[in-house]
Design a protein around this ligand. Sequence first.
Ligand SMILES: [Zn+2]
Length: 416
Amino acid sequence: MRVRTVLNRLVDFKGFVLVKECLLTMEGGMELEIVVRPRANARACCSGCHAPASIYDHQEERRFQFPALWSIPVFLVYCMRRVQCAKCGVKVESVPWAVGKSPVTKMLAMQLSDWAKLLSWQEVCERFAVNWRQVYESVKQVVDWGLAHRDLDGVEAIGIDEIQFGKGHRYLTVVYQLCGQTRRLLYVGQRRDAQALQTFFDAAGVLWCGAIQYVCTDMWRAYLKVVRENMPDAVHVLDRFHIVKLLNEAVDNVRRSENRELRAQGIEVLKGLKYVFLKRPENLTEHQQEQLQKVMNQKQLKTVRAWLWKEKFQLFWEYTSPYWARRYLHRWERGAMRSRLAPIKKFVKTLRGHEDLIINWFKAKKVYSSGAVEGMNRKINLVTRRSYGFRSFEVLKIALFHTLGHLPEPEVAHRF
Ligand SMILES: [Zn+2]
């Protein structure tokens, strides 16, 4: 059986003929080239609108990489034609095996993109003997298709978050779906300002925004304002995850400044205890539990007192009734204000500034699970922290949608 016969079974080369195959022996090994020509009498189609059009001219021969056969790289060789389209003007023709200017066929793009979900992009490069750019182009091809074909209907609860990336204080705005079976990334915007978020709401449309019942954000002021303006009827929630994070920061601030003071006097009692105070007690290792027990006896330490306030705050989340939750919150706040711990008092003031949104968490509790926001935040951070060249915003965006977008994928007759 000829290779061409197999290829014709895999890909619909409608309008084209595979004329011959050549096995080339080169320095680095073998390469299989398959020469493609237009079928006689078949008309070329415009890549802009896919309508048949008359030929304008022929371009130079191009090679399109196909999935390898027995580890032998396979290329389709073809002279692209340009067409004179009545609607689009002079355009390059559309071909069934490739998109745009990419030298990677749709089939190889699919294969690389599949593997890029399991391996790092660098590993995909090594495994398939392609360069980084080709992996990027492949993933982008699949992601772009997915974004154009995804369905945003039925979203009732969303989360909005700011994510730090790269070196320095660079932030992104991300929007994700929190309700239903799919928790997925819906949007990635450059920067974390009102405009970044508004761009998404404008694109999604007034009706889509009107259907949102729950919006979950952190305390970033720009987001609070945009949400209020675009979704005045939605229940706006400050999620537990963001508040716990803030309280942890307050405890850590107390620890850091106290540790500095003590070390100046040569006392090292707080040394190396950062995570002992930050982790949930049930997540501590045995060794850390012992460390905590030991330091707990020293009640004069500010850090110990701050930690105790944090633990007491934990009970707040156990409430189901918003009314009783609010009562507990007020009691905790009054006590914490007398703690003489500046970072804790600052935290109380933040709570007081956002009380209604915090209480809304109890109203939304039934809609999305309490770990949903934290889970998405962690997954997004995992992707952004990977160190293989997501330095530019565009690349990071594609990588995020690829792993977290739950996007539909193009049908390819045969999955490689
Ligand atoms: Zn056209």
